[in-house]
Write a new protein. Structure first.
Ligand SMILES: C[S@@+](CC[C@H](N)C(=O)[O-])C[C@H]1O[C@@H](n2cnc3c(N)ncnc32)[C@H](O)[C@@H]1O
Length: 267
């Protein structure tokens, strides 16, 4: 069985698009699909499809992190300079999730985190390229900024980004469906992440929110599908989220934006 699983992972990673994904996640999905008694070709395809749904779908074009890292090196060290802000915006366009947030970026964090800022420590789970929005977040100057996702090249780039600007930050690989980070922080960002993870584990939502060691959780859901259609998504996810937090006995403060619905929970 282990041999077959290793062989399947290797076959999946024959495709360049899948080589940068954190292996424990590939292994977990491969193990699920191996049990379904399909042909080898169909099994490889099924694993790739799932990996695409949870990750690749948000990166419609290959992101050339090596080029971004080169550009980063040539930038001034001041995060507030216009040149740096342009770079951050342009880079955030490359990931669908941050691209959708750009039109609301000026107010998203300022409004939804108002009241207990500046934030001294923060964990951004399934972060995508959201750490590039640091300059738009109400953070303390010396904030401890942790971030995780499943792409090896993305995590390396985020660490280079933190280093370049002297941010006390660390990005790391993590498959949230098998491991929930236990760092103690003031705020955890769980942005547009729950529907994505539920494609692998439908009970992950409440477990993730409960086990994160954060005083406050900023949780959000998309207000439109990846294809840009609205289809009542806001209401659908609102009902789903209200059920989740009712089980935990929490109250959440909603913040509505055109492309995203956010909720602040004080745990
Ligand atoms: C909808 S995007 C949200 C990105 C970011 N939070 C934002 O709002 O800009 C979902 C993210 O979850 C990441 N992801 C998918 N499966 C994951 C897993 N099992 N563990 C951690 N991150 C995962 C994807 O790579 C992607 O960056």
């Amino acid at each position: 069985m282990t041999e077959k699983l290793d062989e399947l992972i290797e076959a999946v990673q024959d495709g360049a698009k899948y080589r940068q994904i954190h292996i424990p996640l590939v292994r977990q999905i491969a193990a699920q699909e191996l049990n379904k008694e399909r042909s080898w070709k169909e099994t490889v395809k099924a694993v790739r499809n799932k990996l695409h749904q949870v990750g690749g779908a948000y990166q419609p074009q290959t992101i050339h992190y090596e080029l971004l890292a080169e550009k980063l090196e040539s930038l001034p060290k001041d995060m507030l300079s216009l040149e740096v802000q342009d770079f951050c915006r342009e880079t955030m366009l490359l990931h669908t999730s941050t691209r959708e947030r750009l039109p609301i970026l000026e107010k998203f964090f300022e409004q939804s985190l108002a009241g207990f800022t500046p934030v001294n420590s923060l964990l951004d789970v399934a972060c995508g390229l959201n750490p590039l929005a640091i300059a738009w977040m109400p953070l303390a100057q010396n904030v401890r900024f942790l971030a995780c996702d499943i792409y090896i090249d993305q995590i390396e780039f985020l660490n280079a980004f933190f280093a370049h600007f002297g941010i006390n930050g660390q990005a790391f690989l993590c498959d949230l469906t098998s491991e929930i980070p236990q760092d103690t922080v003031e705020v955890a960002l769980v942005l547009k992440t729950i529907p994505c993870l539920e494609q692998i584990d439908k009970h992950i939502g409440l477990r993730l929110l409960t086990e994160l060691q954060a005083q406050h959780l900023l949780v959000s859901f998309p207000a439109q599908s990846l294809s840009g259609k609205n289809k009542g998504m806001r209401d659908f996810y609102d009902q789903h989220f209200q059920q989740l937090i009712a089980e935990a006995g929490w109250q959440a403060q909603p913040h509505s934006f055109t492309t995203e619905e956010a909720y602040l929970i004080h745990k």
